[in-house]
Design a protein around this ligand. Structure first.
Ligand code: NDP
Length: 289
């Protein structure tokens, strides 16, 4: 018998074939569930990314703001999984918007990540008071055209920002990443995204664990034998959202990806929909610069 390997190994080996991919309006395939790394500190970044990839995660969502791009990139490079099988997103912070200023910001992110190319580049917030998101997008279109990035999208765009962007540009964003969880279901944003063929991606999909004790979630959890977080993540999956839960905890990392072996009923989906309360975790994008 072979000796057991007692080094740190993924606690669950997730079968990647079970995870659906969504297809963007330019034909990119995006694994529906990925790892968010906001507040993942540099000291654990490399190990966390390697562990996540070992557990079956194939997508990582970072940002210049998160101050961990070098560690995320190192984790990707040393994961043992081909770069082409992984999907990495980063975002440009508000103070780097503008044409031509944003080009330098993107090169800096690419250098920090050091993974050859970006799968997805997002405008982090529309910051409408600055009035620069349309010119920033023009630079994004050029970066896409030149192949520096493989996909471009936006984040925190309200319907009015999406409409203004589309009226004044050539390329429709591939995704719009917004705050979205059972307390803030973003019906209007989802509708306009759908109208223009933009994928909706949910940030703070677990509402930072604030809704785990809701009776509706608890009762579905008891019936299905799944945790509250898994119930909420499954709700996102069945709504067709891209979803990027964050965890720095190995057990919760495994738990959050283990949502492809059960289904919520229509009644479950309708019950979770009653949890809408309009409360945001982050600011309203209309007011944030
Ligand atoms: P999440 O809704 O993903 O919640 C993360 C929090 O919930 C952490 O405190 C985590 O703690 C805890 N948690 C994770 N899994 C579980 C679980 N199974 N059970 C109980 N608690 C759990 O919030 P985030 O704000 O981190 O959003 C996710 C990602 O979205 C970010 O990491 C980032 O990539 C992106 N984002 C984008 C924004 C934007 O403006 N575009 C804004 C904010 C986030 P622990 O780590 O200890 O497990």
């Amino acid at each position: 018998m072979e000796p057991r390997n007692l080094t740190l190994e993924p606690t669950v080996t997730f079968s990647n074939s079970q995870m659906p991919a969504l297809i963007t309006n330019t034909g990119q395939k995006i694994p529906q569930l990925g790892l968010g790394v906001y507040k993942v500190t540099p000291d654990i970044g490399v190990d966390l990314v390697r562990l996540a990839i070992g557990n079956g995660y194939r997508r990582i969502d970072t940002a210049a703001l998160y101050d961990n791009e070098p560690e995320i990139g190192a984790g990707v490079r040393t994961s043992g999984v081909d770069r082409e099988e992984l999907f990495v997103t980063t975002k440009i912070w508000n103070d780097r918007q503008g044409y031509p200023e944003v080009f330098d910001a993107v090169e800096e992110s690419l250098n920090r990540l050091n993974i050859g190319y970006l799968d997805m580049l997002l405008i982090h917030w529309p910051a409408p008071a600055q009035g620069k998101f349309v010119e920033t997008w023009r630079a994004f279109e050029e970066l896409l055209d030149k192949g520096r990035v493989r996909g471009i999208g936006v984040s925190n765009f309200n319907p009015e920002h999406i409409e203004e962007l589309i009226e004044s540009s050539n390329v429709i964003p591939a995704i719009n990443q917004v705050e979205l969880h059972p307390g803030l279901q973003q019906a209007e944003v989802r509708a306009i995204n759908q109208k223009f063929g933009i994928l909706t991606e949910a940030w703070s999909p677990l509402a930072r664990a604030r809704m785990n004790d809701e009776g509706v979630i608890q009762s579905i959890s008891s019936r299905t034998g799944k945790t509250p977080a898994q119930v909420i993540l499954r709700w996102h999956i069945q709504l067709g959202n891209l979803v990027i839960p964050k965890s720095s905890n190995p057990d919760r990392l495994s738990e959050n990806i283990d949502v492809f072996d059960f289904e919520l009923t229509e009644t479950d989906m309708a019950s979770i929909a009653t949890l809408e309360n309009g409360n945001r975790i982050g600011p309203n994008p209309a007011d944030f610069s």
